[in-house]
Design a protein around this ligand. Structure first.
Ligand code: HEM
Length: 475
């Protein structure tokens, strides 16, 4: 086994470092290791090894990794102890027939259970999606687009696609979880979430805080707003989602401090926001750069409008071209690096993994494995997932992770992104604007920002936006 690379190379360009690792091992996709902040990280990239790692819930556990995450987000030792404590009769946190926690789970597992019940398909998920789409119907109105507009000429305006996606999607996710309460407490909550997400990798990878990190201020502003929200009497949180209400009740019972309470909500709030605006940006960009595909998807999505109302279930079940493009966008831009702590000696791909180290499953390297995807791995191919439907279930396609932490928001995410695209294409004629800085021609397709460690869907490189000319079709 080879010990490669180092911390600086990882933070400078994690993708390049991992590609160097693959080259070093002859691109066989065998397991290799790097040293990161003094710790050994095994990199797992072959489809069979990935499937084996996700199956191994004993030696490769997420719970070990979760403690690190909780600490990074603001949990102290007392809160961690309380959060893992399973209520037993006579305990301070034991309530017989507890309606919030009928199975008497520890707070961590109860929280996971609550957000799964919120996010997996069912009534709670539908409620959340309704809140999200309701917010989009408002924020995507012609008169509300000032925040992303660079110029207006009669019925036409020029907009920044990236700004549109960032603000509209984060605003909608915030309202779907907290109603209007968090906006009322902190009117700049969307900006702060965007600022936090731009540098959230620093929190995850414990980036050394030598010069004061850019994630500190947005994190503090969000935490302050969440602390105020949590302490509101319940009747003043009337628009909150089912899961937020239940998690706050569970926190009160277990008695963790306010910093830890707000940290839990921040983690979930962040998970709901960290991928959606970037994937919406890429899907829209692919459509805008190919008029034929855009027209195909417009016709597909238009069929889901019934008497002026969008039928979201119909939309998600009847748009094969949209589905193929969504998957291809996830494949090319999904950079999640799923991590597990090695708790017991175990073997993956014939290699012994030692306790005390961690594993990393980098989806970018899975999604560009030529043995699986062919020689055009780095190219966008709109029909790739249409031609071979089984690719969507391949072990080397992991935009939503897998195993015990398989993204519970994956179905909701699809409804939200499809809904966003369907509303835009229904209301507006959208086309690429001529770009004066490119001699009046269209700007080149934006490049993926692969320069910082990715936690999910990555955005474009700084200053590589898509400028769009929009015309209002609804008058
Ligand atoms: C295209 C959009 C999305 C992508 C690509 C995505 C991706 C992921 C990935 C890769 C993980 C696993 C992380 C790990 O194992 O370390 C994850 C977990 C999670 N996601 Fe998503 N996600 C998306 C949308 C959403 C949405 C909309 C929500 C909620 C509204 C959400 C909530 C969560 C939660 C709560 C977890 C943690 C699960 C756990 O640890 O048990 N995600 N997501």
């Amino acid at each position: 086994m080879v010990i490669l690379g180092h911390t600086i190379a990882f933070f400078k360009n994690s993708d390049k470092l991992l590609e160097r690792g693959l080259d070093y091992t002859g691109r066989t996709h065998e397991v290799f290791a790097i040293q990161l902040l003094g710790k050994r990280l095994y990199i797992i990239t072959s489809p069979t090894d990935v499937a084996a790692a996700y199956r191994d819930n004993i030696a490769l556990k997420f719970d070990g990794h979760l403690n690190e995450l909780l600490e990074n987000f603001g949990f102290g030792a007392d809160a961690i102890k309380r959060a893992w404590h399973k209520p037993e009769p006579g305990d301070w946190c034991y309530i017989p027939n507890n309606p919030v926690n009928p199975q008497q789970m520890n707070f961590i597992h109860l929280t996971e259970d609550i957000y799964k019940k919120q996010l997996l398909p069912g009534e709670n998920m539908d409620d959340m999606c309704r809140g999200f789409l309701g917010a989009l119907h408002q924020s995507l109105q012609w008169g509300q687009l000032g925040h992303c507009t660079t110029s207006v000429q009669g019925p036409r305006r020029r907009i920044s696609l990236y700004s549109l996606c960032r603000v509209a999607m984060v605003d909608a996710a915030t309202r779907s979880m907290f109603g209007s309460h968090l906006h009322d407490i902190e009117p700049r909550i969307v900006d702060y979430m965007l600022g936090f997400n731009d540098f959230a990798w620093m929190v995850f990878f414990r980036y050394p805080n030598i010069f004061g990190s850019p994630v500190t201020e947005p994190r503090k502003k969000i935490m302050d707003a969440l602390k105020t929200f949590i302490q509101l009497p319940e009747d003043q949180r009337s628009e909150q989602s089912w899961s937020i209400k239940n998690i706050i009740s569970a926190q009160e019972i277990v008695g963790i401090d306010m910093e830890a309470r707000a940290s839990v909500i921040l983690m979930i709030f962040w998970a709901a926001n960290s991928n959606e605006y970037n994937i919406s940006f890429w899907v829209m960009a692919y459509l805008l750069y190919d008029d034929d595909i855009k027209e195909l998807v417009r016709q597909e999505t238009e069929a889901a409008w019934k008497s002026g109302k969008l039928d979201i279930k119909f939309l998600c079940a009847n748009c094969p071209n949209m589905e193929a493009i969504f998957n291809e966008a996830l494949r090319l831009n999904g950079g999640a690096m799923v991590s597990r702590v090695v708790l017991e000696r175990t073997t993956i791909g014939g290699k012994d993994l030692l306790p005390g180290s961690s594993i990393l499953i980098p989806s970018r390297q899975l999604h560009t494995n030529e043995d699986v995807w062919g020689s055009n791995v780095r190219e966008f191919e709109a029909a790739r997932f249409l031609k071979k439907k089984s690719l969507a279930r391949h072990s080397s396609f992991r935009p939503f992770g897998g195993g015990s932490t398989y993204c519970p928001g994956r179905v909701l995410a699809k409804e939200e992104v499809y809904g966003f695209v369907a509303i835009l294409l229904h209301r507006y004629d959208m086309k690429l604007a001529d770009d004066p800085s490119h001699g009046g021609r269209k700007s080149p397709f934006p490049r993926l920002n692969d320069t910082t460690p990715a936690l999910g869907i990555t955005g474009p490189l700084k200053n590589m936006d898509v400028v769009v000319e929009m015309t209002n079709m609804l008058g």
